[in-house]
Design a protein around this ligand. Structure first.
Ligand code: AMP
Ligand code: ZN
Length: 114
């Protein structure tokens, strides 16, 4: 998608702090971090939301979650704990229509989220 900012980041058409990648997923630092560690993990292909994820896209999900787990280790938050958040739709606060998982850590998290 030409006008999708996360597609452009995945294609390296716009600058971002890329942390790591897999064949089907890429991770980069959130531009407006909400925690000491705040990294976004996205599919490289444009998938607008969870509702648009095909039922057989196991490889995409495997790459996303293995990437998130490995980055939690490399960022030093695997032991202390971290959160993986997916906002879907307006009431959940989804602002960018390209599926993205927030990897948050490095501080104490409240529950439930606001
Ligand atoms: P959401 O509200 O779940 O859609 O989250 C969108 C996230 O994308 C927010 O945390 C933004 O700070 C982040 N964001 C938006 N544009 C960029 C960008 N160009 N580079 C990195 N993060 C971004
Ligand atoms: Zn996109």
């Amino acid at each position: 998608m030409e006008d999708c900012i996360f597609c452009r980041i995945a294609n390296r058409e716009v600058g971002s702090e890329i942390v790591d990648e897999r064949p089907n997923a890429i991770a980069f630092k959130d531009i407006n971090p909400k925690a000491p560690v705040h990294i976004l993990v996205i599919p490289k292909e444009h998938i607008a939301s969870l509702d648009d994820l095909g039922r057989d896209e196991c490889e995409v999900l495997r790459d996303i979650f293995s990437l998130a787990s490995d980055i939690a280790v490399s960022e030093g938050i695997a032991q202390s704990g971290y959160r993986v958040v997916l906002n879907i739709g307006e009431e959940a606060g989804q602002e960018v229509d390209h599926l993205h998982f927030h990897l948050l850590g490095g501080r104490f998290m409240e529950w439930p989220p606001g």
